[in-house]
Design a protein around this ligand. Structure first.
Ligand code: CUA
Length: 549
C-alpha cells in the first residue's frame, strides 16, 4: 500500500500547483487589460472599432469554449483513467478510429468557418466604406519618427498641414490615406479602428466614423527604427463649429507674438532665434514659409525613399499641442527648453539632433524660442478638450473655462502686434538720422529697418549688424532682375557680427536682399533710396520685391 499512497499525494500536490500557476497567470493577464486605458483595444468608440471588437469577441469565446473543453477532457481523462494500483492492466491500445478522425476534423472546420464568415464580411464592409469616400479626407505621412497630417478635402480644409494631432469633426466619416517615404509604419488608434500599415510606394486607406467628442490616442504599431516607440499621435474629435474655428485659426497663423519684445512683435515675422529652424519648420501666416513639406510633389506619391526627409513638423498653433516630439514629453515651457537644448538626448535618432546639439542655441535664444512657440495659440486660447479621455489631457494654453486652465499670462498681451512699435526697432535711429552712418539690422529672416534713405553721390557708410542666429548676406545686385540697379555689393555677415559697406551711388531706388538660399523668398529684402541732398534715415515698411524679380 505504501507506493500507492505516495502516488496519490504527489498527484494531488501537482494538480494544486498547476491550478495555482494558472490562477496567477489569469490575474497577471487581467492586469494588462485595463479597459480604461486610452490605448485599450477593448473599449471601442466607433462603428469600425465595434466591428473589430465583435470579431474579437467571436474569436475569444470560441477559443474559450475550445480551451475549457480540452482542459476538461484532459482533467477528466487523467482522473478517470489514471493507474490506480500496480495490478492495473495496461489499457487496450487503439490506432485509427474513423469516427474520431471525422469528428476532430469537422469541429475545427466549423470553428474556422464561424470565424471566417464575419471576418470576410467585415473586410468587405470596410472596403465599401473606403470606396464610398469620406466627408473629410486626411492624408497621413509616416515620418521617422512623427506623423504629418495633410487635409485635402473638402476645399475649406485643403492645405492644412499639421503634425501628430488630427483634429476631426464629430459625427463624420473621415477617410485616411496613408503614405510613407521611408520605411513601413502602422497607423493605429485602438479605440477608433484597427491597425493599417503605412507602406512606401503604396497608399493604404481606412475610414473612421467619429461619434463622441474626445481625444483618442494612437501610435505606430510597426517597428520602424530608433524612435518607433515615440511615434505617437492623437485624434481629437470635436464639435463641428469648434473644428471649423481650429481650421480658421490654423490658416490665419499667430495673432500675437511673444519672445522678442525688442523686435516689436510683428506677428508676420518669426523672432530672430527662429532663423536656424526655418529650413525645416513652418509657421503659417509668418515668414517661416520656406521649409519643404511632405513628399516631393514631382514624385508619384509615396515612391521616393527619403525625399524631403529633413522637413520637420509645421509649428502653427504649437502652443496647443499636448506633447513635444510625437509624445515623448508633455508640452511645457520647461520641457521645450530641454528639447531645444539637446533633442538627441531626449529622442534617440531624431533628425533635429543633426542640427541642434548642446550649445548651438544659446540660453537667451532658447528662452526666446520657448516664449514664441508657446505663444502660438488661437485668439482666446486653444480649443477645449471635452469628452472621452479629456481627463487625461494636460495640454497647455486651453481656452478659459476648461478645467485646469492656467491663468492667461499677463505678459502675452504685451506682444500683440502693433504696426508702429516695430518701426526702427533693432537699429539706432539717432546714429542713422544725425550721423554719417546708416545702420541696418539683420534678423532671422528679415531686415529691420528695411528701407534706407541716403544722399546721392556721397560716400555713406552703412553698418549692417546681424542680430540673428544664422549667416546673412547683404546684396545690391540685379541677380534676378535686370531692371533694378546693380551696385555689385555682396557681403556676408555672421551671427552677432557687424560689417560696414560704403555706398556712393547716383540717385535712384535700389533693391537689396539676403543672398542666403531661401531668405529672400522668405521676405528678407528691402530698398535703398538714394536722393539728392537727403538726410540719412531708416524705416521699417511693408515692402514687396520689384516687379520681374
Ligand atoms: Cu513608425 Cu514604428
Amino acid at each position: 500500500m505504501e507506493p500507492r499512497a505516495r502516488g496519490r499525494r504527489s498527484f494531488t500536490y501537482r494538480l494544486a500547483t498547476l491550478v495555482g500557476i494558472a490562477l496567477v497567470a489569469v490575474f497577471a493577464l487581467a492586469a494588462c487589460g485595463d479597459a480604461n486605458s486610452p490605448y485599450s483595444t477593448i473599449s471601442p468608440r466607433t462603428s469600425e472599432a465595434n466591428d473589430i471588437q465583435f470579431l474579437y469577441k467571436v474569436l475569444f469565446y470560441m477559443a474559450l469554449v475550445v480551451f475549457v473543453g480540452v482542459q476538461a477532457a484532459i482533467v477528466y481523462t487523467v482522473l478517470r483513467f489514471r493507474r490506480r494500483s500496480d495490478e492495473d492492466e495496461r489499457p487496450e491500445q487503439i490506432h485509427g478510429n474513423k469516427t474520431l478522425e471525422i469528428v476532430w476534423t469537422i469541429i475545427p472546420a466549423v470553428v474556422l468557418l464561424v470565424i471566417f464568415i464575419p471576418t470576410v464580411r467585415t473586410l468587405y464592409d470596410r472596403q465599401n466604406e473606403v470606396d464610398a469616400g469620406g466627408d473629410l479626407t486626411v492624408e497621413v505621412y509616416g515620418k521617422q519618427w512623427w506623423w504629418e497630417i495633410h487635409y485635402t478635402d473638402p476645399s475649406n480644409v485643403a492645405n492644412v498641414i499639421t503634425a501628430n494631432e488630427v483634429h476631426v469633426p464629430a459625427g463624420k466619416r473621415v477617410l485616411f490615406k496613408l503614405y510613407s517615404n521611408n520605411v513601413i509604419h502602422s497607423f493605429w488608434v485602438p479605440q477608433l479602428s484597427g491597425k493599417m500599415d503605412v507602406i512606401p510606394g503604396h497608399v493604404n486607406e481606412l475610414t473612421i466614423t467619429t461619434t463622441d467628442p474626445g481625444v483618442y490616442y494612437g501610435e505606430c504599431a510597426e517597428f520602424c527604427g530608433d524612435a518607433h516607440a515615440w511615434m505617437r499621435f492623437q485624434v481629437i474629435v470635436e464639435p463641428e463649429d469648434q473644428f471649423n474655428n481650429w481650421i480658421a485659426a490654423w490658416n490665419a497663423g499667430p495673432t500675437k507674438r511673444s519672445g522678442d519684445i525688442a523686435a516689436g512683435g510683428d506677428v508676420s515675422k518669426v523672432p530672430p532665434s527662429f532663423g536656424i529652424c526655418l529650413a525645416c519648420h513652418r509657421v503659417n501666416g509668418t515668414n517661416a514659409s520656406v521649409a519643404p513639406i511632405g513628399l516631393d510633389e514631382t514624385e508619384p506619391s509615396g515612391s521616393e525613399l527619403g525625399t524631403a526627409q529633413t522637413a520637420g513638423p509645421n509649428l502653427t498653433l504649437f502652443g496647443c499641442r499636448s506633447t513635444i516630439a510625437a509624445g515623448i514629453l508633455p508640452n511645457t515651457p520647461e520641457n521645450l527648453a530641454k528639447w531645444l537644448h539637446d533633442p538627441g538626448a531626449i529622442k534617440e535618432g531624431t533628425y533635429m539632433a543633426s542640427q541642434i546639439k548642446p550649445g548651438v542655441l544659446k540660453p537667451e535664444q532658447i528662452n526666446q524660442l520657448v516664449d514664441y512657440l508657446e505663444s502660438l495659440t488661437p485668439e482666446g486660447g486653444c480649443p477645449p478638450i471635452t469628452g472621452e479621455n479629456a481627463d487625461l489631457e494636460t495640454r497647455p494654453n486651453l481656452a478659459s473655462g476648461q478645467p485646469g486652465t492656467p491663468a492667461a499670462s499677463p505678459a502675452a498681451s504685451l506682444f500683440t502686434a502693433s504696426p508702429t512699435a516695430q518701426a526702427n526697432a533693432g537699429a539706432s535711429p539717432a546714429a542713422a538720422s544725425g550721423g554719417q552712418t546708416a545702420e541696418i539690422g539683420m534678423n532671422d529672416i528679415y531686415f529691420n529697418p528695411n528701407v534706407i534713405t541716403i544722399p546721392a553721390d556721397t560716400p555713406v557708410p552703412i553698418t549692417i549688424t546681424n542680430h540673428g542666429a544664422t549667416l546673412h548676406n547683404f546684396s545690391v545686385t540685379d541677380h534676378k532682375n535686370p531692371n533694378v540697379k546693380n551696385l555689385n555689393i555682396s557681403v556676408d555677415v555672421n551671427p552677432g557680427a557687424s560689417t560696414t559697406v560704403t555706398v556712393n551711388a547716383p540717385a535712384g531706388t535700389y533693391y537689396f536682399y539676403c543672398d542666403v538660399p531661401g531668405h529672400e523668398a522668405a521676405g528678407m529684402f528691402g530698398y535703398l533710396e538714394v536722393q539728392a541732398g537727403a538726410a540719412i534715415s531708416t524705416a521699417e515698411k511693408t515692402v514687396t520685391p520689384p516687379p520681374g524679380s
